[in-house]
Design a binder for this molecule. Structure first.
Ligand code: CAA
Length: 288
């Protein structure tokens, strides 16, 4: 089975990146948002990323035009009915995913593959929201989607191997490297990454080192492209806290528990880059 037409649900940080890389690789791609305003915001960030690519000599104007020609936006879920794969990158709320997958199941052709970009919810549970559980997988992308090469391809005990093969082929076609993993909370990357980010916050909370020294230590000592506190600002403190709560609930291990400082910062609205302030102040001096 070949993937020709792609649907993406959600045009936020992750959904816009997924729609972009799909369209950029030549796939007709329809991206759906809940409102015209949210759709315009998402499309705007795609256009800005492509324009930035032209400025950096990574893309030509013709390449940008071709990408945008492959991309269409909608607020109607029904526009995704004839897609060969629909990737959902909607808000991480199980009730919402239940509603969404149920509706897509009714609207889409029987062969359509459903993929979720969830970072922490169970793909198995989501597959049970449809009448086609063997065609439901996880395709977990990384932020920023156009620059990060990895996709975690997540299978459940019911996934049809043919669906995995089609997903692998599509990941290769959009220039990503797929790694396979089973449906366990956090998959591979967040299973390792989240405790590391939480530990960095604990080190900061305990006053062992300053923010900049913690970030410099991991950048310069371990060759990471950015330090863990800056990375948490990028991912979002609310998202990190939410993932850690789901992981703690699953594994009951203290390394997955959210440090009090993280919870307090989320309560105070200091969610990182998206709100203008987290460990760093993004409003006046965005960190490099
Ligand atoms: N179009 C095309 N290419 C672009 C571009 C654009 N608009 N913007 C940047 N690039 C290219 C650059 O030209 C450069 O290419 P070369 O290596 O060929 O020179 C490359 O992308 C890197 O860009 P920059 O030099 O501008 O930036 P950088 O070196 O500071 O790297 C980064 C930026 C890739 C984001 C890097 O900081 C990084 O890898 N950070 C870590 C990100 C990370 O860990 N993400 C995972 C988060 S966790 C997650 O997402 C999962 C979850 O569930 C929470």
């Amino acid at each position: 089975m070949a993937i020709r037409k792609v649907g993406v649900v959600g045009c936020g940080l992750m959904g816009s990146g997924i729609a972009q890389v799909s369209a950029q690789a030549g796939f007709p791609t329809v991206v759906r948002e809940v409102s015209a305003n949210a759709l315009e915001n998402g499309m705007g960030s795609i256009r800005r990323f492509l324009e930035d690519g032209i400025r950096k000599d990574k893309l030509t104007q013709a390449g940008m035009d071709a990408t945008l020609a492959n991309l269409s936006g909608t607020v109607e879920l029904g526009q995704l009915a004839d897609c060969d794969i629909v990737l959902e990158a909607a808000t991480e709320h199980l009730g919402l995913k239940r509603e969404l997958l149920g509706a897509l199941d009714r609207l889409c052709k029987p062969e359509t593959i459903f993929a979720s970009n969830t970072s922490s919810l169970s793909i198995t549970q989501m597959s049970a929201f449809t009448k086609r559980p063997e065609r439901v997988i996880g395709l977990h992308f990384f932020n920023p989607v156009p620059l990060m090469k990895l996709v975690e391809v997540v299978k459940t005990i019911r996934t049809d191997p043919v669906v995995l093969q089609a997903a692998d082929a599509w990941c290769t076609a959009i220039g990503k490297t797929a790694v396979h993993c089973g449906d366990s909370t956090g998959f591979v990357v967040n299973r390792l990454l989240v405790p590391y980010m939480l530990d960095a916050i604990r080190v900061f909370e305990q006053g062992l080192a300053t923010r900049d020294d913690i970030d410099d230590a991991m950048k310069l000592g371990c060759g990471h492209p950015m330090g863990p506190l800056l990375l948490t600002d990028h991912v979002g403190l609310d998202t990190t806290c939410y993932i850690s709560e789901i992981m703690f609930d699953e594994f009951k291990e203290s390394r997955f528990s959210a440090p009090p400082l993280l919870k307090r910062m989320v309560m105070a609205g200091l969610t990182g880059r998206k709100s203008g302030r987290g460990f760093y102040d993004w409003s006046t001096h965005p960190p490099s």
